[in-house]
Design a protein around this ligand. Structure first.
Ligand code: AMP
Ligand code: MG
Length: 412
């Protein structure tokens, strides 16, 4: 095999990641983070039996035969406390969420009543005891764990945290991520256009991939293919939790990344993966830093991020679902597959007759970034696969959105 399989390389990377510690963040900044502690209810919610409807709190024995006319003895709004006890023939006007008064055992919604002046109401339906009453504590009871450690913080979780007045939220610390591009040929975004140079796309595509996971990376700029310059830049990068180094990981005479990392004490775990694009993908461990050596071709760089680095960052953030969600799709046109590496074909996705249809995004060269700019998914062609015919059922990793799964989706 020409390097590790993708699945083995993913296992190696994921096994090496560990939680970085915890911190507290304001509730307004907690979306997308992962809870580092159990969260318990600090009150019963609702705090007493409350009405589920706008209507009338009644005694169910008073409406056994209908229509029945009842005397209205008070108005109870949400946030009020009832002052009176219902006796036979009496009711209280009550709003959704307001406490049910003593003596009442059911609520009748306003639609099932007819007003008779200001102080009387006619009830037109019979109801069972507890009708339209929400039980005290049905949402949460004091001391109960309402959110477990490890919960990913979604908008619904934010709502729950607000409900228990958790203004500061204990979450796992996010990794600090640095990005370094390498190559004598590279032209920075701020430099004047020189037609002989190659614009540094990778720093920014990688930056955006990191940002999409909710982490703000630091861009270290461009290091030249010179052992001293590279060494100084890598030393800066090794002060972060995660260092992404683009370019220079192959075996060309100017590819100094691997030997320089090793000279700086980084233990390389692998430096080749049997995949296309992305073959010269490297992973190493330093005392403080996980280092990813990423092939310079822009598509390779982005695909390697999706397969290894994104899952690693999500694991560091405390997530258990770290891999892109995989869906089954029908391939729109034939794909040739003549090498023994797992291939990631960039595809667009459409729904037809309730199934996904995957259409390759044109020329799949690893330098053709447009194939990635158009892509909504990565179709996985396993290493041992023959050509894949039009109409075949294939597996596609979804690139958009925040849906992730626990397993990588296949042994490829
Ligand atoms: P390398 O991995 O350094 O051998 O680079 C492979 C190819 O990717 C070369 O054609 C490089 O010019 C190109 N490349 C390397 N780094 C970048 C980058 N940051 N942005 C765009 N292209 C790059
Ligand atoms: Mg290079």
């Amino acid at each position: 095999m020409d390097g590790l399989t993708v699945a083995d390389a993913q296992r190696c990377v994921i096994a090496a990641m560990k939680i970085l510690g915890t911190e507290s963040v304001p509730l307004k900044q907690a979306l997308g983070r992962v809870l580092a502690e159990d969260v318990r209810a600090n009150r019963d919610q609702p705090p007493y039996d409350v009405s589920a409807m706008d209507g009338f709190a009644i005694r169910s024995t008073d409406v056994v035969s209908v229509p029945a006319t009842l005397e209205i003895i008070e108005d109870i709004r949400a946030g009020d406390m009832p002052r009176k006890t219902l006796n036979a023939g009496q009711c209280a006007r009550i709003m959704t969420g307001a406490p049910v008064p003593p003596g009442a055992d059911a609520v009748i919604r306003v639609e099932d009543t007819q007003a008779i002046g200001a102080h009387q109401v006619q009830i037109t339906v019979t109801v069972k005891p507890r009708n339209d009453i929400r039980d005290r504590g049905e949402n949460m009871t004091t001391g109960e764990v309402v959110l477990a450690r490890g919960t990913a913080i979604t908008p619904g979780v934010i709502g729950m945290l607000a409900m228990v007045k958790q203004a500061e939220v204990p979450v796992y610390r996010q990794p600090r991520v640095a990005i370094l591009s390498t190559g004598d040929e590279l032209e920075g975004l701020d430099e004047p256009l020189n037609p002989n140079k190659i614009p540094d796309a990778n720093s920014y595509a990688l930056m955006a991939q990191v940002q999409a996971l909710g982490i703000d990376p630091v861009l270290l700029g461009i290091a030249r293919d010179d052992p001293d310059d590279l060494r100084a830049a890598l030393q800066r990068g090794l002060q972060f939790d995660v260092l992404l180094v683009s370019g220079g990981t192959s075996v060309g005479v100017h590819d100094y990344v691997r030997p320089t990392l090793e000279a700086l004490g980084v233990q390389m775990q692998f430096w080749r993966v049997a995949m296309k694009p992305g073959h010269p993908m490297a992973f190493g461990i330093a005392p403080l830093t996980w280092v990813f050596g990423i092939p310079g071709n822009p598509v390779s760089s982005m695909v390697c991020f999706e397969e290894f680095i994104g899952p690693a960052l999500r694991k560091l953030m405390g997530h258990t679902r770290v891999f892109r969600q995989t869906v089954t799709a029908r391939l729109a046109r034939e794909i040739k597959h003549r090498h023994r590496r797992t291939e990631f074909v960039r595809v667009m996705l459409a729904r037809e007759d309730n199934i996904w249809v995957a259409t390759p995004t044109g020329n799949q060269g690893s330098g053709i970034l447009r194939s990635m700019a158009l892509a909504e998914g990565l179709m996985v062609v396993p290493a041992a696969s023959a050509d894949v015919a039009a109409g075949a059922t294939v597996q596609v990793q979804l690139l958009d959105g925040m849906n992730f799964q626990q397993d990588a989706g296949g042994e490829w």
